[in-house]
Design a protein around this ligand. Structure first.
Ligand code: DMJ
Length: 803
């Protein structure tokens, strides 16, 4: 059914023009489609969960742990990870490399070390003791392997430290493991020393990678410069614990220094951090600022450093950043990256799944309302796509469909449940658990999902599946009283390792006792019914259809807004009819009449919003659209541009940024098989390669290798055009190594470009840039020309374009 809106008969002013009508039809069509396609499950009221069911789910989480753990121990140990599809171990240097991703691996039995403290939480002291013995016997660090400092710290140092703490705890409390003499602490100290050379930089901010044996003397690390904010800022909890437990201050000193240096790099205007920086100069390399990939655990460690060490400085810093994030990045329940130096400009139109930890952190810091909202939005994304994809767009479409069974959403669910006691979060956890069982469980462990659209598995089970994902599920369904430790006396590291708050008392000048005034803080929870429990549902309710919009959102008396409007909703149709707008099937042109003058006014307001929405939508589309611009006259005065699509794997050209160069056709045109016969010619130029035979990103890598300034991938489907089909963004493989712009051009547009190339005597020079910027620039130019023409009384008619 196709619908369009007819303007109210009683309302003043002109009706929408044909273009606007078309846009309205489009929006309404879209709304109808969304309403029909999506289920209404999100509006299910929360059901309380019985003790019995909760206990059953706890046991199911326990079984999940053993299913994964045994699969690893029996088929992969002493490898770092289990490959669940081939049912064998993943070894660095032996298993075919996955590139930078493998920097996580150090051939140090990572999954076992990462799993140790979960064994204690499960109450399996016997297996814990056995596993500790294995680690002491088998794990060694003197390997000529380059590892990620961040990952080694959070998974290995953190895993060893928490296991050491729990081993000593069991000695005292469970009268067991008397043979244990602090070997795990010694191992973590040794590993800490092996990471320290990375901290020898002029800023004190550690390098991203280090060689376990050679430190920074590895020739491959000579050019090491860049690290991410989270990579450098997620060290302090483990290093402080290491120093306080060993009595060796060096670790904590270095980690504090890195935090201090990072703090100095914040943007003084916005208080935001970028994502990637140069460890020597302290210059920002990527100024995108959000709470997900590249930054996430820096914020987490500022707050938790305050909690663990009691140093107010970290709370103050966290608060400054937090306010900035809530001011610029947070938009309703969404969190959208901005540029740290231009915080009003959104730098991405997608969110990544790592940001799902944020509501959990908000809970810890006491800001419950936005935590409930963001969590609700994420839950809807999960229901829409089965799992939360690695990245999803602002309209909740898949941007990157992978799902490596990450813990962040479950982690936040756990903290929200602990803070509110609301059974909704148990239901959410149940759904997450059952989804893992149904779609990720394989006979040999749990397999990551390569694409949530197809459900295809990947031969990968990251160690955090055991150390975090299943641990948080187990904790969610456990009564804290049944756990062998008082969980509230511990801080969870970013890898969910347990560090006791008592560490602060092990002496350091930065420590000061916190004034908790616990009784006053908790008073509001003692009301009956607890206001704390009633609150989240109130916050969630209006958001319930945030994505699907499948139920009426208006309550009596409130004006229906265009944003809320659902063409499939009878109440909505009635409401707009009352405002004087009739929705008619094409062909039926009867008009609506407003019930009253006021309602007629509301109708006008409604239509205005519709137009605004259309405008916003086309602005968004324009922002993503790329342009290949060139001059159409010899003097270089007149410009034209052909539309092109962006890619997910190359840097975005934002604002007035552009890359300019002569175009050159790749030889062979498809630029595959690592073969480019005219590589020398491509240097500094804009290389044109044809779609097909290999991935977009491999063409881009080949062009980058030969020094090309940018790439235009032209379509291989004859007759395709951006005028008749939607533009799309080329997908990558998740690696972030392409640093030249890469754009896609349909065949019709490319036909125009190649015709111009043929007509020109000299090579065609093009500018790759954002389409919206090109349009802005052109408009400004036209305006200037008009002004001059008016002033001089001449004609401002533009010369014919070459297109
Ligand atoms: C874990 O290793 C940690 O939670 C880290 O902070 C982020 N990435 C993974 C889980 O997704």
């Amino acid at each position: 059914m196709s619908l369009y809106a007819v303007f109210p008969a009683s309302g003043p002013g002109p009706g929408p023009g044909p273009g606007q009508r078309l846009a309205l039809t489009f929006i309404l069509g879209l709304l109808i489609l969304v309403a029909c396609v999506l289920s209404t499950e999100t509006s299910m009221p929360t059901q309380n969960m019985s003790h019995k069911e909760r206990a059953e789910l706890r046991e199911e989480a326990r079984d999940m742990f053993y299913h994964a753990y045994r699969a690893y121990m029996e088929n992969a140990y002493p490898a770092d990870e289990l490959m669940p599809l081939s049912c064998k171990g993943r070894y660095r240097g032996v298993t075919p490399s996955r590139g930078d991703m493998d920097d996580i691996l150090g051939n140090f039995s990572m999954t076992l070390v990462d799993s140790l403290d979960t064994l204690v939480l499960l109450g399996d002291f016997e297996e814990f003791e056995h596993a500790v013995k294995l680690v002491i016997r088998d794990v060694q660090f003197d390997s000529d392997i380059i590892v990620s400092v961040f990952e080694t710290n959070i998974r290995m140092v953190g895993g060893l430290l928490s296991a050491h703490i729990l081993a000593e705890y069991l000695q005292k409390q469970a009268d067991t493991m008397h043979w244990y003499k602090g070997e795990l602490l010694e191992m973590s100290r040794e590993l800490g020393y092996r990471l320290l050379p990375a901290f020898n930089t002029s800023t004190g901010i550690p390098h991203a990678r280090v060689n376990l044996r050679l430190g920074m003397k590895d020739p491959q690390l000579k050019k090491s410069r860049e690290t991410c904010t989270a990579c450098a800022g997620t060290i302090l909890l483990e290093f402080a614990a290491l120093s306080r437990l060993t009595g060796d201050p060096i670790f904590e000193v270095r980690a504090h220094a890195a935090m201090d240096a990072l703090w100095k790099l914040r943007h003084r205007g916005s208080d935001l951090m970028g994502t990637v920086l140069n460890v020597h100069s302290g210059d920002w390399v990527r100024r995108d600022s959000g709470v997900g990939a590249g930054i996430d655990s820096y914020y987490e460690y500022l707050f938790k450093s305050y909690v663990l060490l009691g140093d107010d400085k970290y709370l103050a810093r966290f608060n400054r950043h937090y306010n900035a994030v809530m001011k610029y990045v947070s938009e309703g329940p969404m969190l959208l990256d901005v540029l740290m130096h231009r915080p009003h400009a959104k730098s991405k139109n997608f969110m990544d799944s790592l940001l799902a930890f944020w509501p959990g952190l908000q809970v810890l810091s006491g800001d419950l309302k936005p935590a409930v909202q963001t969590h609700e939005m994420l839950y809807q994304v999960m229901q829409m796509h089965t799992f939360i994809p690695e990245a999803f767009t602002v309209d909740f479409q898949i941007h990157w469909g992978q799902h490596p069974l990450r813990p962040e959403f479950i982690e936040s669910t756990y903290f929200l449940y602990r803070a509110t006691g609301d059974h909704h979060y148990l239901q959410v956890g149940k759904r997450a658990l059952k989804t893992l069982q149904q779609y990720a469980k394989v006979s040999c462990g749990y397999a990551a999902v390569n694409d949530v659209r197809t459900g295809k598995h990947e031969d990968r089970m990251d160690s955090f599946v055991l150390s975090e994902t299943i641990k948080y599920l187990f904790l969610l369904f456990s009564d804290p009283h049944d756990l062998i430790i008082n969980i509230d006396e511990f801080v969870f590291t970013t890898e969910a390792h347990l560090l006791p708050l008592s560490i602060a008392q092990l002496g350091n000048a930065t420590f000061s006792f916190r004034q908790t005034e616990e009784h006053n803080v908790l008073d509001f929870m003692r009301t009956c019914p607890s206001s704390n429990k009633l609150f989240p549902e109130k916050v969630r309710k209006p958001l319930r259809n945030f994505i699907t919009g499948s139920c009426p959102r208006t309550s009596g008396g409130k004006r229906l807004s265009a944003l809320d409007f659902q063409a499939s909703n009878a109440d909505h149709l009635r409401a707009v009819y009352d405002m004087g707008i009739t929705m008619v099937s094409v062909g039926d042109r009867s008009q609506g009449k407003a019930k009253s003058h006021e309602e007629g006014e509301m109708g006008l307001q409604f239509m205005q919003e519709m137009l605004e929405l259309t405008k916003m939508q086309s602005m968004n589309q324009l922002a993503a659209l790329q342009a290949v611009a060139f001059t159409t006259d010899d003097k270089g005065q007149d410009w034209a541009a052909l539309m092109a699509g962006p890619s997910h794997f190359s840097p975005e050209l934002i604002g007035d940024q552009f890359v300019e160069g002569d175009v050159v056709l790749a030889n062979p045109l498809r630029a595959c098989d690592d073969r480019l016969d005219n590589a020398a010619e491509a240097k500094g130029k804009v290389l044109i390669a044809e779609r097909g035979d290999c991935t977009f990103v491999s063409k881009a890598r080949l062009a980058q290798k030969s020094g090309a300034a940018a790439v235009i991938v032209c379509d291989n489907v004859p007759g395709s055009s951006g005028e008749t089909q939607p533009m799309f963004a080329m997908s990558g493989d998740g690696n972030d190594d392409v640093n030249i712009p890469v754009v896609f051009m349909y065949s019709v547009e490319f036909g125009k470009l190649s015709a111009i190339m043929k007509r020109r005597k000299s090579p065609l020079r093009v500018r790759v840039m954002q389409m919206v910027e090109f349009k802005r620039w052109q408009l400004a130019k036209e305006q200037r020309m008009n002004e001059t023409a008016t002033a001089t009384g001449t004609s401002s008619q533009k010369p014919e374009k070459e297109l």
